[in-house]
Design a protein around this ligand. Structure first.
Ligand SMILES: [Zn+2]
Ligand SMILES: [Zn+2]
Length: 413
């Protein structure tokens, strides 16, 4: 029996674990209840288990026979969202929800650990299972790398794979990946514009920061279209803007926050240089001052071309080419799995989990209070995790992938 059938056999238990995690979501780097559920699910398996020091991570190492090391990663954290799905297993914690589907990743990875543990005797190498907290803005992957997850087996992995469900865009059960940039780099821009407050009726006697900050917001959009190659795009969105207290008082300060997304190091470096300069110069033009903090957060998630081809081929071989999508474009979201892929070649794979019958193009998106990820995908996601490890270990240290003829032209673009 293949791992696909074995995953179907344990699908009920994977769903049970997923529901338990979903009901009790935890946010950030410290997820003690989620960690306890993962440890209970792995209990009794022939794994070397260690937990994090500065975060509630779980690293499990499965040692088979001689051979290379492969890493599989599932993130475990929830979001500060109050769930509105009405599901039977909906979050019981107001203000916390698994709105990005990380509960499914955790449950599927635990399922894969079980399937691979049963094959330990024939396993041509070692698998590291990386259960990671704090993906949503806390750089949990970077913390785990700092605590040694990449060296947990005593030897660096030859490949690393991450799986991520999506409640929209992809039809249920379709896997999607691409070579090169898979997700964007995400950086945070914090701006404080300092003027001089006063009476709203006599603005000439004050130094009003509000119109100056507004000018910065629109100038940033012009910067995006005038300074960046349209084929190496950036997205810049001001998501928070605050100033003042009432209608007849000019405040001293205006502040705003923006996220900047980019797909190359060139664009990312250009943003870090041009944004503070533009903001400083606009403030200066009006006789005000401005402070810009450009904080680099997550790098571009870059799939190794051969590993992405391998992951695509594996999904196509297991589930049919109609369920293996070769994504034409990267996604403007960001992922801290990027820190792993900076050090280990690998691939990040999306999995459509929109409930069948719902239109993926209009279904509530990841991070929405109404986002639903269907249990139907749990068995196949588990099987893909396991099969990626099995096939990759069998391939040995050097991977060669013969890409199907029909996709070669697309792949080489
Ligand atoms: Zn997310
Ligand atoms: Zn996510």
């Amino acid at each position: 029996m293949g791992v696909r059938d074995e995953a179907v056999q344990i699908a009920g238990e994977i769903a049970e674990l997923r529901h338990a995690i979903h009901r009790e979501p935890e946010i950030g780097l410290n997820l003690p209840k989620t960690q306890a559920k993962v440890l209970a699910a792995l209990d009794g398996l022939p794994l070397e288990i260690s937990t994090g020091q500065g975060l509630s991570s779980v690293t499990a190492v499965l040692r088979g026979g001689p051979g290379p090391v492969v890493l599989l990663r599932g993130d475990m954290d929830a979001l500060p969202v109050t769930e509105e799905t009405g599901l039977a297993y909906a979050s019981a914690v107001p203000g916390a929800m698994h709105a990005c589907g990380h509960d499914t990743h955790t449950a599927m990875l635990a399922g894969a650990a079980r399937l691979l543990s049963a094959r330990r005797a024939d396993l041509p190498g070692t698998v590291i299972f990386m259960f990671q907290p704090g993906e949503e803005g806390y750089a949990g992957a970077r913390h785990m790398i700092g605590e040694g997850v990449l060296d947990a087996a005593g030897e660096r992995p030859v490949a690393a794979y991450g799986l991520h469900v999506t409640s929209h865009r992809l039809p249920c059960g379709v896997f999607s990946t691409r070579p090169g940039a898979m997700l964007a780099a995400a950086d945070k821009i914090s701006v404080t514009v300092r003027g001089r407050g006063g009476h709203a009726s006599t603005p000439h006697q004050a130094a009003d920061p509000i119109p100056v900050a507004c000018e910065m917001v629109t100038a940033l959009q012009t910067l995006v279209t005038r300074k960046f190659d349209v084929f190496d795009p950036v997205v810049l969105t001001v998501g928070s803007f605050h100033a003042g207290t009432t209608d007849n008082v000019i405040p001293d300060e205006a502040t705003f926050l923006a996220t900047a997304r980019s797909f190359s190091q060139d664009s990312r470096s250009a943003l870090a240089e041009l944004v503070p300069r533009l903001i400083g110069d606009i403030a200066l033009a009006h006789g005000l001052t401005a402070e810009t903090v450009y904080a680099t957060e997550y790098p571009v998630t870059i799939n190794d071309a051969t590993e992405a081809a391998f992951a695509w081929e594996t999904a196509a071989a297991m589930f049919g080419p109609e369920r293996a999508d070769l994504a034409e474009f990267p996604i403007t979201g960001a992922e801290d799995f990027s820190f792993v892929l900076e050090q280990v070649p690998g691939a990040f794979v999306m999995l459509g989990a929109c409930p069948p019958g719902n239109d993926p193009m209009t279904a509530p998106t990841n991070h929405s209070a109404e986002a639903v990820f269907d249990d139907l995908v749990l068995a196949d996601g588990t099987a893909l995790y396991a099969e990626l490890a099995l096939r990759r270990l069998a391939a040995g240290r050097l991977l060669y992938v013969e890409v199907r003829r029909c996709t070669v032209c697309v792949w080489r673009r």
